[in-house]
Design a protein around this ligand. Structure first.
Ligand code: G3I
Length: 333
């Protein structure tokens, strides 16, 4: 007997939104899966500064528009990703005509114009923005990552940027988003950053926990500790970029063409435990997977070096994996 597919968005409709990061190619390949299971979408790359605003007087809206139109037609919602990042950002933004760094006022003005244009074009569908992405340094002993943003705007640049984001659009939720978010050292720095912002009266609505997780790490206890700490700040929490690669942290999958059944089972148990934990937190308002099916994941290049990493809930043909069934079975009445 074939089991009946249950839409994930229905399964969790009383708990949180269920999202997927997509691009036009994923949309073409997995449209049916997206429409069946997800009610929120993040644009994987095409709304990042460098992609959508490559030159001062030129925006490249085409790819983002494909996703935005799809969201409108199907009454989905969108997470905006992202305004301020050290990566995938246009060089022109930081430079004057002679190639020197611009001053603070110029950079803030350019960012404000960018935020306004994005808001005009996509404000009808975007309810939350990852305003600042990955600004905390991973290395022990240092707090903020070095970047041109920090160099030009100063050590309190994140506060300035959140204040600007609020000025441009006071009604959208403003989030700080990062990875390694459950590792104690980085977790404590994220906590400190958000606490300082709140103490200074800055509007910050939530923390995005990226959740690029592995078969061995993080532990459920580590995730729980991070969730407890973040929730204690009285902010919303979004799981923003979830995937669970089929290997341990720091390794790559050892099987070239097909995943091993026992690894898929282990992955299913991990996913099930994660979703059980998420359900216990009222603060979690959205859970987004960083992709749709194992047909495509950024991890295949990044970790797999061209080999598959099988990190998602649906296989390359779009069929549900054990991970999907373990989640569905444990939450169905
Ligand atoms: O656009 C160029 C294309 O012109 C060129 O032909 C091709 C050749 O490699 O590269 C294309 O750029 C790639 C880009 O994605 C768009 O596809 C870059 O090489 C590639 O490095 C880039 O990777 C993206 C990565 O962010 C960049 O850091 C991933 O797709 C994307 O999934 C990933 O997403 C990030 C989140 O935004 C933030 N958190 C971490 C997450 C995973 O790294």
């Amino acid at each position: 007997m074939t089991k009946k597919i249950k839409p994930l968005k229905d399964l969790f409709k009383h708990q949180f939104k269920i999202g997927a990061a997509i691009n036009p190619e994923i949309l073409a390949h997995d449209e049916e899966l997206i429409l069946t299971h997800f009610n929120s979408v993040t644009v994987e790359n095409d709304m990042k500064f460098g992609e959508i605003h490559p030159e001062e007087n030129r925006y490249a809206f085409e790819r983002a528009d494909i996703i935005a139109d799809f969201v409108r037609e199907n009454h989905l919602t969108m997470r905006g990703h992202t305004f301020v990042w050290h990566n995938q950002t246009s060089d022109w933004l930081f430079k004057d005509q002679s190639g020197k760094n611009v001053d603070e006022a110029t950079l803030l003005d350019r960012l404000e114009q960018h935020m306004r244009i994005m808001n005009q074009r996509y404000g009808d569908i975007i309810y939350v923005w990852d305003v600042v992405n990955e600004a905390i340094e991973d290395k022990k002993g240092s707090y903020l990552r070095e970047s041109l943003w920090k160099e030009i705007l100063g050590d309190n640049y994140i506060e300035k940027i959140f204040r600007l984001a609020e000025k441009v659009n006071p009604s959208v939720d403003l989030f700080y988003n990062d990875y390694n978010e459950t590792k104690p050292e980085k977790r404590d720095k994220i906590y400190k950053l958000v606490k300082n912002l709140k103490d200074n009266g800055v509007k910050i609505d939530g923390i995005g926990m990226q959740a690029h997780w592995s078969m061995d790490k993080p532990s459920i206890d580590e995730i729980k500790e991070a969730l407890d700490m973040y929730a204690s700040l009285d902010v919303k929490i979004h799981i923003t970029e979830m995937d669970v690669r089929l290997c341990n942290e720091g390794e790559k999958p050892k099987f070239a063409t097909e995943p091993e059944p026992e690894m898929l089972k282990k992955q299913a148990l991990r996913y099930q435990a994660f979703f059980k934990l998420f359900q216990q937190y009222e603060a979690i308002e959205s859970v987004t997977l960083w992709g749709v099916s194992d047909y495509y994941s950024w991890l295949d290049d990044f970790i797999g070096k061209g080999n598959k990493t099988w990190p998602l809930l649906f296989n390359e043909e779009g069929r549900p994996k054990e991970a999907y069934w373990y989640i569905v079975d444990s939450f169905s009445e």
